[in-house]
Ligand binder design. Structure first.
Ligand code: NAP
Length: 282
């Protein structure tokens, strides 16, 4: 990977923050040309400046383009411009994402729609716009899902719907694109210390917060480092961290056990919260 990525074009949606930004900087440090995409111009410009500092040489190109990945028309327009001005991607990392955790009944249709548009339709939109170009010379597509892409988590109905979808989409796409020389991988990060994660905590139900208390947050740099190792090893499913890998295996072979453990955790927290409520009232 280190050898092959130098001089290659890497497109990263959501490259202006968190995991996407860390991946951009680490790939720039390996000699890649980086093009990042997001909605907010100022954050894109600040991120591009940071990425430039990680470059190996002055000949590497770093650029940014504004786009809302959920908007099919603008994705088509912006990706066509990207291909024309920057050249087609060798590696596409679909990292743009959002989470709005809440109790199911507190999530409006608009919130659900926005989550699906960004996390699932967004990946569809960029991939559909770029696959015809990528087919010409081969390449690799990484779609960012989550641990919540294979385990249903309390408070994450909308997010899980989108991230489970990302894994199914990627598996089917991998099968179709293999003969065209395009590899597909899925990254499933655990809880990671990013601006996105901090925003999530504002609406996360108490049960989820309490149940995950004490769990170690991974750094976005470590997630990006493990993504690059996973690509180097040609992995389809890339799960950073030992806890995530173990969770995936247990969920796969003993799904009832995972259910039982999660249910017990939530029940314990709910009892504690109810107790605290009763104490306050009396
Ligand atoms: N952090 C975690 O704990 C965690 C765990 C598992 C999976 N993930 C996944 O990892 C990915 C990155 O998460 P993060 O925590 O690093 O997030 P983050 O810090 O909030 O960064 C999100 C990035 O996506 C961009 N973005 C959001 N909506 C967009 C849209 N509609 N169109 C274009 N760009 C958009 C943001 O820029 P603008 O807002 O300016 O558009 C930003 O660049 C997401 O897919 C997330 O679901 C994160």
């Amino acid at each position: 990977m280190e050898k092959h990525i130098a001089g290659k074009n890497v497109y990263i949606t959501g490259g202006s923050s968190g995991i996407g930004l860390s991946a951009a900087k680490q790939l720039a440090a390996l000699g890649a040309n980086i093009l990042i995409f997001a909605r907010t111009k100022e954050r894109l410009e600040a991120a591009a400046a940071e990425i430039r500092k990680s470059c190996l040489s002055e000949t590497q190109r770093v650029s940014s383009l504004q786009v809302d990945v959920g908007d099919n028309d603008s994705v088509n327009r912006v990706m066509a411009r990207a291909v024309q001005e920057f050249g087609p991607p060798d590696l596409l990392i679909n990292c743009a994402g959002r989470a709005y955790p809440h109790y199911f009944e507190q999530i409006s249709y608009e919130q659900f729609d926005q989550t699906m548009k960004t996390n699932l339709y967004g990946i569809w939109n960029t991939t559909a716009a770029l696959v015809p170009e990528m087919k010409k010379k081969g390449g690799c597509i990484v779609n960012v899902s989550s641990i919540a892409g294979f385990i249903g988590i309390f408070g994450y109905t909308a997010y899980c719907a989108s991230k489970f979808g990302v894994i199914g989409f990627s598996e089917a796409l991998r099968s179709e694109l293999r003969s065209h020389g395009i590899k597909v991988a899925v990254l499933c990060p655990p809880d990671t210390d990013t601006p996105g994660f901090a925003a999530e905590n504002k609406t996360k139900p108490e049960e989820t917060k309490e149940a995950s208390k004490g769990a170690k947050l991974m750094s976005p740099d470590e997630v990006a480092r493990q993504l690059i190792i996973g690509l180097k090893k040609d992995r389809f499913l890339i799960i950073p961290g030992l806890d995530g890998k173990i969770t995936w295996r247990i969920k796969r072979f003993f799904p009832a056990l995972v259910d039982a453990v999660l249910n017990r955790q939530i029940e314990k927290v709910q009892k504690r919260l109810q107790g605290a409520h009763t104490e306050v009232r009396s």
